[in-house]
Design a protein around this ligand. Structure first.
Ligand code: DX5
Ligand code: ZN
Length: 221
């Protein structure tokens, strides 16, 4: 199984973002947290800033929309040419319509569930998405502890993807570090968001390598 490490720029220096991008150039992508102060109790930035990020890096941008009304906004981010756009199941009116609109732009599309949302809601949706994101903390802030109950949700989602014969990426976000990534990989995650563990490290490229190697060693394939 391919392992992907995506540093979350929520823990980066927004005012010196180009400099911080250079410090994570060995990553498989950059996880971009968009928050609106409504869906989550925190705010970051909007599509204008993401547009500039897209212009200054060749790394794939993985946009995580923690916003209300993704039915309106998701396609606007996809039209910037970002690699992927992930919406929250809890905020969507018509997740399948969002999937179609995002895919029509050429971007990949993901669906995310919060810690208290059961995996069962994905059963009829997963075929429409390129990526499932299991939140392993309550969305809104970096630096929180990994919720252990997320491991069973990752296993259940991996089983669902396998039973349906899909190649959907299985992403986990929140509290991922060298102590937690192995269990998440063993449960079937293949795409790992890591904010504070990467940006808080004195050797960010080295941390990315260590996270990737730890996940690879714990992964079944
Ligand atoms: C939280 C965000 C995460 C966050 C993860 O709502 O979605 O991407 O940056 O941060 P860490 O890795 O520090 O838990
Ligand atoms: Zn995120």
């Amino acid at each position: 199984m391919s392992i992907r490490i995506q540093p979350s720029i929520l823990s980066a220096d927004f005012v010196n973002i180009e400099r911080d991008f250079a410090t994570i150039s060995s990553a498989d992508g950059i996880h971009v947290d968009v928050m609106d102060g409504h869906f989550v109790p925190n705010m970051t930035f909007g599509s204008g800033v993401v547009k500039r990020m897209q212009e200054i890096t060749s790394l794939p941008l993985d946009v995580h929309l923690m916003i209300e009304n993704p039915d309106h906004w998701a396609v606007k981010y996809a039209e910037l040419g970002v690699f992927s756009v992930t919406v929250h199941y809890e905020a969507c009116k018509d997740a399948v319509a969002i999937s179609k609109a995002v895919r029509a732009t050429g971007s990949r599309v993901g669906v995310s569930i919060k810690p208290n949302t059961p995996v069962a809601v994905l059963e009829d949706l997963v075929t429409h998405f390129d990526q499932v994101l299991i939140m392993s903390v309550e969305p809104g802030f970096g630096g929180q502890s990994f919720i252990q109950g997320s491991i069973d949700k990752i296993s259940d989602t991996r089983r669902l993807i396998s039973v349906l014969g899909l190649d959907t990426w299985l992403q986990v976000d929140g509290g991922i570090d060298l102590a937690t990534i192995g269990a998440a990989a063993a449960a079937g995650a293949d795409t790992f968001v890591a904010g504070s563990s990467v940006f808080g490290s004195p050797d960010r490229q080295g941390m990315i390598t260590q996270l990737r190697e730890t996940a690879q060693a714990a992964s079944h394939n």
